[in-house]
Design a protein around this ligand. Sequence first.
Ligand SMILES: [Zn+2]
Length: 824
Amino acid sequence: MKYASAALLGLFLAAAFTTADANNGKGIPGDADLRFAQLETLLPTAGTTRTASGAPGAQYWQQRADYRIKVKLDEQRHRLIASQSITYMNRSPDTLAYIWLQLDQNIFKDDSISRRSEVAANSGTRRDSVGKGDSLSFAAMRRHQAFQDREYGYEIGPVSDAAGRVLRTTVNDTMMRIDLPQPLRPGTSIEIRFDWEANIVNEAAIGARGGYEYFEDSDTYQYFVAQWFPRLVAYTDYTGWQHKQFLGRGEFTLEFGDYDIELTVPADHIVASTGELQNPEAVLTATQRERLKRAATAKSPVFIVTPEEAKANEKEGTDRTRTWRFKAQNVRDFAWASSRKYIWDAMGYRQNDAARPFVMAMSFYPNEGEPIWSKYSTHSVIHTMEVYSRLSFPYPYPVAISVNSWERGGMEYPMITFNGYRPTADEKTGKLTYSRNTKYGLIGVIIHEVGHIYFPMVVNSDERQWTWMDEGLNTFLEYIAELEWEEKFPAFGDKTNVLDAITTYMQSSDQVPIMTNSESIVQFGPNAYSKPAAALSVLREVVMGRELFDHAFREYANRWKFKRPTPADFFRTMEDASGVDLDWFWRGWFYGTDHVDVAVGDIREYQVSSQDPDVEFPLKRAEYARDWPDSYSQKLNKAEGRSTRLDRYPELKDFYNENDPFVVTNKDRNEYREFLEKLKPWEKATFERAVKAGEFVYFVDFQNVGGLVTPLPLTISYADGSSEEYLIPAEVWRYNAVEVTKLFIRDKRITSIELDRNHLIADADKTNNVTPRRIAQSRVELFRAKDSGRNQMLDALAELKTKGKSGDEGKAEEKALPLAPAQP
Ligand SMILES: [Zn+2]
C-alpha cells in the first residue's frame, strides 16, 4: 500500500460508515422530519372537482359571462359613456339568489376602502432612517390634488333583466350585489342590462392600471382603458363568490366569456383592442387594409400607420366619431387603447397548430417611443409566443398586441398588453438616447406582459388571492425567453442569472412566504416575481432536470388552460406528471422564508489500513511526528546549546531509549496474523482488494446555514488536474436538516470541493462554498476624506443666479417636496 501523508483508516471501522452519516453526535437533527413531511395537511382536500393528481376532476365546473357593450369615449371630458348587457350562465351545481359585479373604478372614490386604508409608506412618503424625519414626494402631492379636482368611480343607472324588470342592487365598495327576481338554478342563465358613465383617470397623476396619458409638448392624449366596465365577480368551487375587495394590488379574478364591443371614438383615432376587428372597411383606409394584408406574410414588421402619418395625424383634432367593433371569444377580460398619436406596425406569426395557425402580432405607439418601438416591440411579441408556446400550448387567440402606454412598467389583458419604456430626449439639443436599462426593460416588459396572455389570461389562476401563480410562473418563463433572445441578456438589472438576483432578498429579515395573499405581501417584487422564478429555475435545472420538468409544466398548462387552477393543482400536477416527490421543495421555497446557504465544512482524508504492523507502524510514526512535534521549548533549549542529562550521563539509557512506541513486536505480528485468520472469506476478499486498490476515502461535512434544504451541486477537483461534477439530491438532508457528512471514495486524491460553482441553487454566501477556502480577490480604491460642514460665511458671498438651472437630468428617483414643521 502506498502511503501519502494521509491518515489511516482501519477497515474495522466499516460499521461506522453507516452511522457516522447523520447523527455523529455533533449535529442536532433539526426539524428535518417537518421539512420532508408531506403537504397533505396544508393542501385542500382533493375530490371530484379537483383531483389528488392536480387535474380538473370529473365534476369540474366554472361559470361563464358574455358581454355586449357600446361605449363612447368623450375626449373633451376624459369620460366613458356606456350601455352594457351581461349574460351570466350558472354552470355551478348551486342555486344563486344574487350575483355580484366588480366595480373596479370605485377604487378611486374618496371613500373607497383602498384609499382610506392606504398607509403613509405607500402614498409617496418615506421616513428618513438617518433621522431627518418625514418627507413627501411631488408625485404624492400631485396625486392628492388630482383626487381633489375630479370625481371618480361609476355612475350606474338602473339594472334590469331582459324583460325590463328593474333589479335591486347594493353597492359594497368595489362590488355590487344584484338580487335576482328568482334564484338562478344550475344550468340556467340570466341577462342583465344597465347604463353607466365614469371619468377616466390621469394615470401619471393617480397611478392605475389604465387611464389617459397627456403629452405636454404636443398637447395630445392617449387612452389605454382597462378595468373599465363592471365585470362579473368570479364564483368558484373553492371560495364561492370572490369576496376580496379590489384594494389595488391583488389583481383580478375573472370568468371566461365572449365579448361584442362597440367603441365610439374620435374619427382620427387609431384603436388597439382585445378581439378581432369586425368592420375594417368602416374604420381603416384602403391603404391601411392593404398594408395589413401584406404584414400577414411579411418577414419583418410592416407599418400600417407610419411614424410620419402618425405625426401628421396628431396635429389637429376632430368632432366626428367612428365606431370600431371588436369581437372576442373565450376571454376573461377586455381592454383597449385609442389615440390619434399611434404609429401601428404588424407582422404575421405562423404557428404549428391546426386550430390557430395564424396570429397577427401588432404594436401601437406614439412617436415618443421611437426609434426603439418599431425596432423591438413586434419582434418581442412574436418571440414570446415562440418560446411560451413551446413550453405550454399554442397561442390561442388571433391577435397579440403591445401598446406603448406609459414610461415604464406594463400590464396585461387578453390579446393586448400595455407596456412602458421610451427613449429620452435631451432637454437642450433634443437628441434621442436610451439607456441599456430602457432597451432591455422594453424587450423584457413586452415578453412579460405578452407572456401573461398565457398565464393568467388563459391559465386562469386567481390573481386576487395568489400573485405568484401568474407573476412567478410568468417571470420564470419570461426569464427563459430572455435567455433565448440573446446571450447575456440582463434579465435582472445588471444580473443575467435569476439565482444571483434573489439571494439578497432571501437573506432579508422582513419576509413572508410566497404562499401569502396578494394584499399582504411585503417586498412584493422579489416575493411574487423573482423568488418563484428562482425556485422554478432550481426545479427545472437541478432538482427535476429539463425533461421531467418541461413535461410536467406543459401538463399543468394544458390541464388548466381556460380553467381555474389553485396552488394545490400546480403543486400536485408537477409531482404527478414527473414522479418526483416535491413536497419538501414546496415547503421550503413556497411556505417558508429560509434562504439557501450551505457551507462546505471539514474534509477528512483516509486510505484503508493494511493493519500489517511492519507496514503501518512506520507510517504511524511519521504521522505522529507530523501531528505532535517536539515541545518548542526543547527546540529553544537545543538552540541555546543546553545539553540534557541523558547527553551527559549516557549510562541512563535503556530499552525505551532504543525503541520508540512504534517499534514492531512479535505480539503485534501474531495479532495481525490472527486478525487475517479470523476474517470470513468475503471479508478477506474485500479487505485485500481495498488495501491493494489504495483508494482515498473522504468524509466531507456540510452545514446548512440558511436552513432551506437544497440539492448540492459539487465540483470536485483532483490532484491530477481533472474535475468532476457531482449532484447530491436534497434528500440527503432528510435525517438531519442542519448538518450532514457525506462519504466519497475516489481512486485519486481530491484537492478541493466547491459547492454551486455554476450558480444553480441561489446559495447566498459563496465564501463558505469551497474547501480549502479561497482568498477573495478584487481591487480597492483609495478615497479622500470630505469636509461636509456648511460654511455659511462662504455661502453668503455666492452670487445670486438669475435663471434656474436644471440639475440631475434623467434621474428616475422621486423628488421630495420640502416639508417644514407646521407653524402653531
Ligand atoms: Zn406581471
